[in-house]
Design a protein around this ligand. Structure first.
Ligand code: KG4
Ligand code: ZN
Length: 396
């Protein structure tokens, strides 16, 4: 490794349907953040097609990395390290970014740093917070923080701590079935809206009545394993479940006989996919259904997250992942945080969804710690972040 550090890390992210590269200085200053979206490729299928995702990553990886270096006004020689997402995600998609990052690291003789995608999402918030602290706009986020990572693939809660330069994560909650973003995507699809569904529902929900359709979330329970001495060995985590609400929306459309209007909307929107077009194609009953669905999901996330924060003694909250771009979620989480006197932080929307700046930022503290990946690094589609469940003060 070069002794004269420039502080520059190139991040590469290809875990799902965005090919992304970014150059970040000292884990805080984003010099470039380039994302090639594959929405147009996957839209006709209403979801990510893994084989098509890999093919698009192959097509995009070289130009995206070149653009990131050029926008940052830097060269490969200036970099301290190459960071890459090694999981979780789609195996074939991850392998494109990993193979390219390994090749660069080997050819340049630079360290390779492996980053968990979920750790990246958490650092999307930490990186912006660090910038704002430097500008004296905010105090550092008090720790431990409770992080809600809420995206198309995950609805996870972590307790985040810092020991010196090292960040640690403990998983304290997860979904037992669909992720929240997946529910947004599936509900949008079954209502004949575009892909990915979250931004469509976000844009249409303000036009409907969020209390029109009463959705309820049942409590998800897991059996705690009792040891012989009666002590709970498997502590109770916060559990989410979003497959039921998707089925409830489907049932509602069947009972209300909405199939033909949904089909008409699907056909019209595939030719002209705009929010204004969608608004004109939705009757009030559909808008009320959309608003009620969004309110139910946001409220379930909010209730369980704040209950966990209280039970675990979190000093602050951070919310990240694609669904953290949702405007109602931001408003309702911010209001409740103010009520309970908790600091809360979100990334700006461009850093909430998948990007590589968050990967480069998460890698920064791993460099001095010597947390360098071998050139045999491979994809781990089900990589977990941190340790298992932390015992809350009382069952959640
Ligand atoms: O973090 P992300 O880009 O990729 C994953 O790691 O999954 O998240 C994508 C997810 C999709 O399910 C998308 O519908 C959702 O985030 N999403 C939103 C919004 N923007 C993106 N969900 C609700 N409201 C939004 N504004
Ligand atoms: Zn993500």
């Amino acid at each position: 490794m070069s002794t004269a550090l420039t502080g520059l890390i190139l991040g590469i992210e290809s875990s799902c349907d965005e090919t992304a590269a970014a150059v970040v200085r000292r884990g805080t200053e984003v010099l470039s953040n380039v994302v090639a979206s594959q929405i147009a490729t996957h839209s006709p299928y209403g979801g990510v097609v893994p084989e098509l995702a890999s093919r698009e990553h192959l097509r995009n990886i070289v130009p995206v990395v070149r653009a990131a270096l050029s926008e940052a006004n830097t060269t490969l020689a200036d970099l301290d390290a190459i960071a890459v997402t090694n999981g979780p995600g789609l195996a074939g998609a991850l392998l494109v970014g990993i193979s390219y990052a390994k090749t660069l690291a080997y050819a340049l003789g630079k360290p390779l740093i492996a980053v968990n995608h979920l750790e990246g999402h958490i650092h999307a918030v930490l990186l912006e917070q660090a910038q704002r602290v430097v500008r004296s706009e905010v105090e550092p986020l008090p720790l431990p923080a409770l992080a809600l990572v809420v995206s198309g693939g995950h609805t996870h809660l972590y307790i985040v701590r810092r020991q010196g330069d090292t960040w640690t994560y403990r998983n304290v909650g997860h979904t037992v079935d669909d992720a929240a973003g997946e529910a947004f995507d599936k509900v949008a699809k079954l209502l004949g809206l575009g892909y990915p569904g979250g931004p469509w529902i976000d844009a249409l929900a303000p036009h409907g009545n969020p209390t029109a359709v009463p959705f309820s979330f049942s409590q998800v329970k897991i059996k705690a394993h009792r040891k012989a001495d009666g002590v709970t060995a498997n502590p109770v985590a916060t559990l989410f479940s979003f497959s039921g609400i998707k089925t409830a929306v489907l049932r509602y459309t069947q009972i209300q006989e909405m199939a033909s209007s949904i089909e008409a909307r699907r056909i019209d929107l595939s030719a002209n996919p705009t929010v204004n077009g969608a608004l004109a194609l939705c009757d009030q009953q559909t808008l009320d259904l959309i608003a009620s669905f969004q309110r139910a999901v946001v409220d379930d996330l909010r209730r369980k997250t704040f209950r966990a924060a209280k039970a675990l003694g979190a000093a602050s909250l951070l919310v990240s992942g694609g669904v953290a771009a949702n405007r109602e979620l931001r408003l309702r989480f911010t209001a409740e945080a103010a009520d309970c006197g908790l600091s809360i932080a979100f990334p700006r929307p461009a850093l909430a969804t998948d990007n590589a700046a968050m990967i480069a930022a998460a890698a920064w503290s791993k460099l001095p710690a010597g947390d360098i990946a071998p050139l045999t690094l491979s994809a781990n589609p089900s990589l977990v972040l941190g340790k298992g469940s932390e015992q809350p003060a009382k069952p959640l």
